[in-house]
Every structure is written in C-alpha cells, then in structure tokens.
Design a protein around this ligand. Sequence first.
Ligand SMILES: Nc1ncnc2c1ncn2[C@@H]1O[C@H](COP(=O)(O)OP(=O)(O)OP(=O)(O)O)[C@@H](O)[C@H]1O
Ligand SMILES: [Mg+2]
Length: 267
Amino acid sequence: MNNGITEIKLQNLTVKYGDATLLENLCGGFKRGQVNLIVGRAGSGKSTLLRTLAGFHKEFSGTVMAEERSFNPSGNISLVFQNPEALFFNGTVGEEVGYALKMRGLPVEEIEQTSVKWLQQWGLTPERCWNRHPLELSGGEKRRLALAACTVFLPPVVLLDEPLAGLDMRGQRSLAAMLAAMAADHIVIVVTHEPELLLAHSSSLLYLHSGSGQWFTPDAFLREALNNNSFFPLPDWYARALSPYRDTAVLPQIDAISVHRFVSECR
Ligand SMILES: Nc1ncnc2c1ncn2[C@@H]1O[C@H](COP(=O)(O)OP(=O)(O)OP(=O)(O)O)[C@@H](O)[C@H]1O
Ligand SMILES: [Mg+2]
C-alpha cells in the first residue's frame, strides 16, 4: 500500500515554454481506483504535462493539490518514460528491480524480499529470471521489468508515457490488466495514442487540444469519437465493433484487445 493520496487536483494549471503557452488553465482531477488517461495529437502537450506533474518542468502557474494540500512530487511520484527498457543499466534482473530500494538505503534482505514479491506481482518469475541480464528478456518481459523497477518503492502516483506502445497484442493485454490492478491503490495516469486498449479499465480521460483540456468519461469520449471523425481517430476495427451500439443509452465496455484478436483471426 502507499501513503494514501486518493486524488490529484489541477487548479488553473498553465504550462509554458518560455513565452509560448502550451496549456492554459487546466482544472480537474486524477483519481485512484481506475486508470486515468491523457490523449491528444502529437505536440498537444501530454508528455510536458506529465513532466510538470512530476516536478521536472518548472515553467507553470496554478497549483497541483493532493488531499487539499499543495502536492509535493518528490518521493511521491514515478514517471515512466516511453520505452523505459532502454534505460536498463544493471547487470541482472534482480539488481534492476531492487535498485530504487538500494538507493533508499534499505537493508539487503528487505530489498531482496520486496524485489521478489514485486517481480511476481508484475508477472515475472524470480526463479527463472533473477540472475539473467535484463536485455535477455522478451519485449513484453522487459517492459514489465522496467515498470516493476519504476514502482517497487510504491509511489502513490504513477505516470506512464505510452506504456503499451511497441508491444504485441498479448503483451498489451496483460500489461493493461496489470495497470488496472495497480490503479486500485495508486493514482495511475497514462498518456496514450491508443485509448481503446485501456478505456474498459478507465474512469476518466483528459483530452488535450489547442492549449486546453477537456475531461470525458470513457462513454462520452467514445460517443464523441464515433460521431466526429476529426475529434479523435479510433481504429477502424474498433469503431466498427462499437457502431451497432451507437444509439444505445450506454456503450458496452468492449475489450478492444479481444476484439482486435478476433478480427485478426478472422482475416
Ligand atoms: N524543451 C522544449 N522547449 C520548447 N518547446 C518544447 C520543448 N519540449 C517540447 N516542446 C514543444 O512543446 C510541445 C508539446 O510537446 P510534448 O512532448 O509535450 O507533446 P506530446 O503531446 O507528448 O507529443 P507526442 O504525442 O508526439 O509525444 C511540442 O510542440 C514541442 O515541440
Ligand atoms: Mg509525448
């Protein structure tokens, strides 16, 4: 368990690069419980917003609050960059996953026990991979190791930039389920160009466009995307699977990954 932050609130958050305003007056919140998504075109400011929340980008005004206090990202956040496995720098899986605990000065036995448990949590078998070089793992295993290493110290807030990109369908499916499980006791915020893979696990979606941000429920986002092609390009196969339900009161929670597999198998 983490230290119990349940919501991060943005109050008039304006983000700049020098004189250029990238995002203006963002208001709203990211909650614990289900995955929070951030979407928007390339260059709309998604990664910059994550870096701002993590305290790395300092050119902003407004406030970020947690439990009615100003949020201090230090020690409370893990920011997982795109392709995090490119940053592996330890010689074994065991050392890689335990590194953040070692940096915090924990005793060796505690590091090992926690690392073993955490590897299992992320679907990696310690007996099989503890002494292997991280680069010997499969693509999906590398990504899971990277996420395990970034979250082993249980930060209450986890920010992920494109965590599913570049994985095969199976890898995306298992990782999506793991992120959803992690959201039960962390605030999980995911930037993605493929929201359909996580919408079934999501509570809210922040859509960044032309410097402003609009919040949607998954249902409202899908409806807008189905009705307006220029709003957000859903993949064809997904839009087709949803379109029979367009006029129903609530869209079904279609698991995009199962649909994709079904469609691929039918080809
Ligand atoms: N250090 C910087 N100085 C000035 N402008 C920057 C800097 N870093 C990014 N930008 C600009 O800010 C805008 C937003 O960049 P950002 O990386 O946040 O977009 P993004 O939504 O994550 O895009 P993508 O989907 O391609 O990853 C872009 O126009 C980018 O060129
Ligand atoms: Mg980006």
